[in-house]
Design a protein around this ligand. Structure first.
Ligand SMILES: *Cc1c(COP(=O)(O)O)cnc(C)c1O
Length: 324
């Protein structure tokens, strides 16, 4: 579902997105941890997108897409569907650019994410993610109101924007051997692969999925998009059942591999981030680190980049993860 007929995203698009995001997105810090280095037997560099505006890298793709809409489209507004972080990202980007925004969200989305989306001034429409099709609902409203549909991954400008986090990391930390990023719809991984090209980096780029939602791993192995049943995992930002076709085209050609992490590994990672690094990370945001640590790739003696993709988590839920 590519709502606007855009050419596929390129490495040059990621570089252009980086310019567009200058002084709009935060240039997030790259943190180190002696303990992380010990655990992986490597030099580990954490790109902290949990400290990005709206609490995840999704702001990058959302702003990059909305900033390129024409005046007529800005007038009619934008619409998207999202379990949370893309919704907040679109809501803030729309507010900054003075564009009306409508978000289709699952009724069981994290309360903090729904509240934040409304707080940024977007209208929210809810649906049941086990019985209803969010893309059909979104398509219908978009057509009815003439709004531009900006989905979380299936959009060239979104993918290019997501790549700017990896681009900053690769520019700041030279000669990375490996980069690990979380995979849901595949926008972040596809963008990161293009960023690696843009930076002229020889870095191997791996995606990390929840063990129970390994559709991208299956897709990469089989060479075509595999759709799985609605998964259950604490990584609520990676509940997608299939990769976006646009992202898959990039992933299929350039990704070095996809590994998985269990929910228990995610909980251990959340505790590590809280206890050792003093940062709040959401379960999906911990995927990359958990995958680097437990995904079976031999990282000993290497320089390893990890994108911490987000930090939006209900406090009560977060407290349970830390206490259990
Ligand atoms: C959306 C999201 C992901 C997955 O990104 P995709 O582009 O959908 O693959 C990972 N982590 C967080 C925190 C997210 O919000």
């Amino acid at each position: 579902m590519n709502p606007i007929a855009l050419p596929p995203p390129t490495a040059a698009d990621v570089a252009a997105a980086a310019l567009r995001l200058q002084n709009v997105a935060h240039r997030t810090p790259v943190l180190r941890s002696g303990m992380a280095d010990e655990l992986l037997g490597a030099q580990v560099f954490f790109k902290c997108e949990n400290l990005q505006r709206t609490g995840s890298f999704k702001f990058r793709g959302a702003y990059n897409a909305l900033a390129q809409l024409d005046a007529a489209q800005r007038e009619r507004g934008v619409l998207t569907f999202s379990a949370g972080n893309h919704a907040q990202a679109i809501a803030l980007a729309a507010r900054l650019l003075d564009i009306p925004a409508l978000i289709v969200m699952p009724e069981d989305a994290a309360a903090s994410k729904m509240a934040a989306t409304r707080h940024y001034g977007a209208q929210v429409v809810t649906y049941n993610r086990f019985t209803e099709d969010r893309e059909a609902i979104s398509q219908h409203i978009a057509q009815e109101r003439g709004m531009a549909l900006v989905p979380p991954s299936e959009h060239a400008h979104v993918i290019a924007g997501q790549g700017t986090a990896a681009l900053e990391l690769l520019q700041e930390v030279p000669r990375l051997h490996y980069l690990f990023v979380a995979v849901g719809g595949g926008g972040l991984l596809a963008g990161s692969l293009l960023a690696s090209q843009s930076a002229g980096s020889a870095c191997e780029v791996y995606g990390v999925e929840p063990e129970t939602a390994n559709d991208a791993q299956q897709s990469l192995r089989s060479g075509q998009i595999v759709t799985i049943a609605q998964p259950r995992t604490i990584a609520d930002g990676a509940l997608t059942t299939a990769l976006s076709p646009l992202a898959f085209e990039v992933i299929r050609r350039h990704a070095d591999g996809i590994v998985t992490a269990s929910d228990l590994h995610l909980v251990h990672a959340l505790r590590f981030f809280a206890e050792r690094m003093k940062i709040v990370v959401e379960p999906t945001g911990a995927l990359a680190f958990a995958g680097a640590r437990h995904g079976g790739v031999d990282l000993r003696g290497k320089r390893v980049g990890i994108i911490i993709s987000g930090g939006n988590v209900d406090l009560a839920r977060y407290a349970r993860f830390l206490a259990d």
